[in-house]
Design a binder for this molecule. Structure first.
Ligand SMILES: Nc1ncnc2c1ncn2[C@@H]1O[C@H](COP(=O)(O)OP(=O)(O)OP(=O)(O)O)[C@@H](O)[C@H]1O
Length: 498
């Protein structure tokens, strides 16, 4: 019995031990779960701490930037106010300019009426229609412009008459009074004017009008005097640097090439430094081209010339002295003398001999004009050789202007452009500026009057009902526009170099 009870107790104890073991296992697994939960919560807390620190850092950064941002805001407010004031001023100016524009428009309209009246008088056409391309001006207008030929208005006197400056409308012009005597009839004179007034090139002085009645020619005014003034040190301004002189030589050559390629006006006929004018940017403007056609010549003009002005006769082709004939090679000869003078600034008489001797002796530097700076000897030698070739006595020995002269000069342009860093302070050359917008052109277009305008400006002019030239006021044959590629590339090049 006691054994049976003892077995039962033992069994019960075993059960209890098993139950206790299960309980223990359960507790252990619960403990593990709790530990895992605890671990996860710790990780979350770490993450929250990290985010909190980041937020704090960002907040600090924003607070540090706050004063700078606030001052930027204040500055923005100030400039906003300034801009507002400027806009108000600009609007005021615009109102004033509009008033002036309306006034000018009225003056312009009355000038057009006046021109038409003169044309009607000239052509006996009651409607004032004329086929003339030159701007006809009355003698009374010339008297008014020159203040009755006041001596202080006189710029100079040449072989073909006196030159006066004057205001025609709002434009400063140079008025050349040709001799009235001669056998050339009025219609011959007008025909020549027609031809000359159509010739337009950036390096030729534009003939903008004429008064056939008084045989006077009206040219654009070129403000910086002539190359002669610079070479003979008569100019109040400084001497021309060698790079500018090379550019001038290239510009002269390009203008001569243009004239020689022109069907009607194929020669200059009187090229010399006093006829090579320089504008505000020292851009070449050649005057007097084709003037020999406007003067009736009864005897060989060149032999007459040599008697009256030996200095000028040094520019004349020796063969023209003989036969009185003017050819494109005559211009090449004159260009050669000018080239040698650009190098040496020596008088025209004797310059060929001086340069030739110096070249032969191998000491060209002794004749170079040192006021132009340090001439690079290689280019100076090239120019001297070119000048002497142009000055050959026999026409047939002279070089071809395009393939033998321009082809040598043109590559020198790049070097001149490199030197033009000072151009940044210069304003744009006048022929880069649109006559209407008065800004450097982006899309230069040639109109029927031969002048180049900004595309938008001239189209706007036509669209507003005008059928006339904005420059000459004459009626245009058509409203066609031709892109001026040469000028476009020249402007691009100039803009890249400034
Ligand atoms: N369009 C112009 N703008 C400014 N000045 C000019 C203009 N045309 C001529 N001149 C000035 O007038 C002066 C006289 O010029 P003109 O062409 O009549 O005589 P020249 O060149 O001295 O001799 P030639 O009669 O042999 O040509 C020139 O030296 C020049 O300075």
């Amino acid at each position: 019995m006691s054994r049976w009870r003892a077995e039962e107790d033992a069994l019960e104890a075993v059960h209890k031990a098993e139950a206790a073991e299960r309980l223990c296992d359960e507790e252990i697994s619960k403990c593990k779960e709790i530990e895992q939960q605890l671990h996860r919560q710790r990780q979350e807390i770490e993450m929250m701490k990290f985010q909190h620190e980041q937020c704090l850092e960002e907040l600090n950064l924003i607070q540090e930037q706050k004063p700078a941002l606030e001052s930027q805001l204040r500055a923005a407010h100030c400039s906003e106010k300034e801009l507002e004031e400027k806009i108000i001023q600009a609007v005021d100016l615009m109102i004033i300019f509009r008033g002036e524009r309306d006034k000018l428009q009225m003056e312009y309209d009355s000038a057009i009426r006046k021109v038409n009246k003169y044309r009607a008088l000239q052509t006996d056409d009651p409607l004032g229609r004329s086929s003339a391309h030159f701007f006809g001006i009355s003698f009374s207008d010339i008297i008014e412009a020159t203040q009755n030929f006041k001596p202080s208005q006189k710029i100079g006197e040449g072989r073909y008459g006196s030159v006066f400056k004057g205001m025609l409308g709002h434009a400063m012009v140079a008025i050349k009074m040709l001799p009235s005597s001669g056998s050339q009839s009025d219609s011959e004179f007008k025909n020549e004017l027609e031809v000359l007034s159509r010739v337009r090139h950036p390096n030729l002085v534009a003939l903008i009008g004429a008064c056939p009645e008084s045989r006077s020619l009206i040219y654009e005014y070129v403000e910086n005097g002539s190359l002669q003034d610079y070479l003979s040190r008569q100019s109040k301004t400084c001497s021309l640097p060698w790079k500018t002189r090379i550019r001038i030589a290239i510009e002269i050559c390009s203008a001569l090439l243009f004239l020689h390629a022109n069907d009607n006006c194929s020669m200059h006929g009187n090229l010399k430094p006093s006829n090579i004018l320089l504008d505000a940017n020292l851009v070449t403007k050649i005057s007097d081209f084709g003037i020999y056609n406007l003067i009736s010549q009864n005897e060989n003009p060149f032999s007459l010339h040599s008697k009256t002005d030996p200095e000028s006769s040094a520019y004349i082709d020796p063969e023209s002295f003989e036969d009185g004939e003017l050819t494109t090679e005559s211009d090449v000869y004159s260009f050669g003398v000018v080239l040698l003078q650009l190098l040496t600034a020596r008088p025209s008489m004797g310059v060929i001999r001086d340069v030739k001797c110096a070249l032969e002796r191998g000491n060209l530097e002794t004749v170079l004009d040192m006021s132009a700076g340090d001439w690079p000897i290689e280019q100076a030698t090239q120019l001297a050789t070119l000048g002497l070739m142009c000055c050959q006595n026999d026409r047939l020995d002279r070089p071809d202007l395009d393939s033998e002269v321009y082809a040598v000069l043109e590559p020198m342009r790049e070097q001149c452009n490199l030197s033009q860093s000072s151009r940044t302070q210069h304003k744009a050359p006048s022929h880069f500026v649109c006559p209407i917008f008065q800004e450097v052109m982006k899309d230069p277009q040639i109109a029927g009057d031969g002048f180049t305008y900004e595309g938008d400006a001239i189209r706007g002019w036509f669209n507003s009902g005008h059928e006339t030239s904005p420059m000459t006021n004459l009626k245009l044959e058509n409203c066609d526009l031709i892109p001026n590629h040469a000028l476009y590339y020249a402007i691009q090049e100039w803009q890249q170099n400034t």
